[in-house]
Design a protein around this ligand. Structure first.
Ligand code: NHR
Ligand code: GAR
Length: 226
């Protein structure tokens, strides 16, 4: 089986990109990262990509007339690498429906909350404001509705009385660095299928996806599993 061609979109630090680069280097991930594209020229992750010998591009959204033009240029840039998978790894611009439709089922995002809780921005702050005892991260297929696509895998962390948005971000980052390479591996291995709003692993809802969460299902609306 040929390695899946992956393009990663970033806006900043790129620690999730680094987790993917490291997993590939360790032989844990049967993919090849063909390009990294950032909407910000100062994204630290661009250096991470360059260090790994991965081609990089900057498409600054502010240089386009509107978001449609930006998404069109982004689509063309991504398509040059004929990817089997496009990963949003800390990418901060909302994508238009044309982009999302074009890459449907091969576009994923890592999001810093236990979706469907807290779509959008500032998730760590919102978790603290609500006094939630549990927080986490999700990897999901991207659909037109922001952070509402089918969830592939989640990880949880406990929230303690001394946690701050920064401490939660650190905890959640660690989780993301585990669940994002796992999700990418499952896709490369063609083990996922989407049935309605559910993502099946090997044809079933699997505990490995972190969705069958005893404590969550009583306290929260469980993301996908009843
Ligand atoms: N696009 C679509 N169509 N659907 C999704 O689910 C998307 C998406 C683009 C990005 C990532 C998402 C996240 O993980 C993501 C999911 C940016 C914003 C945002 O409001 C919200 C969610 C996400 C990413 N961005 C501002 C905007 O106006 C700009 C913020 C900035 O530039 O700093 O685009 O949370
Ligand atoms: C990650 O925590 C990711 O979930 C989040 O940004 C961080 C990027 O970190 N994404 C969003 O908030 C998208 N709105 P990284 O650049 O070190 O991978």
């Amino acid at each position: 089986m040929r390695d899946t061609r992956v393009v990663v979109l970033i806006s900043g630090n790129g620690s999730n990109l680094q987790a993917l680069i490291d997993a590939v280097a360790d032989g844990m991930l049967p993919v090849s990262i063909r390009a990294v594209i950032s909407n910000r020229a100062d994204a630290y992750g661009l250096g991470r990509a360059a260090d790994a010998g991965i081609p990089t591009h900057v498409l600054d959204h502010r240089e386009f007339e509107n978001s449609c033009e930006f998404c069109l240029a982004l689509k063309e840039c991504v398509n040059r690498y004929t990817p089997g998978l496009v990963v949003l790894a800390g990418f901060m611009r909302i994508l238009d429906s044309k982009f999302v439709t074009h890459f449907a089922k091969r576009l994923i995002n890592v999001h810093p909350s236990l979706l469907p809780k807290y779509p959008g921005l500032h998730t760590h702050r919102r978790v603290l404001e609500h006094g939630d005892p549990i927080h986490g991260a999700s990897v999901h297929f991207v659909t037109e509705d922001l952070d509402a696509g089918p969830v592939i895998i989640q990880g949880r962390v406990d929230v303690g009385p001394s946690d701050t948005p920064d401490s939660l971000q650190q905890k959640v980052h660690k989780l993301e660095h585990a669940i994002l390479p796992t999700a990418v591996r499952w896709i490369a291995q063609e083990r996922l299928s989407v049935v309605g709003v559910r993502v099946l692993l090997d044809g079933q809802v699997s505990p490995e996806q972190g969705l069958v969460a005893e404590s969550i299902s009583t306290q929260y609306s469980a993301p996908v599993v009843e």
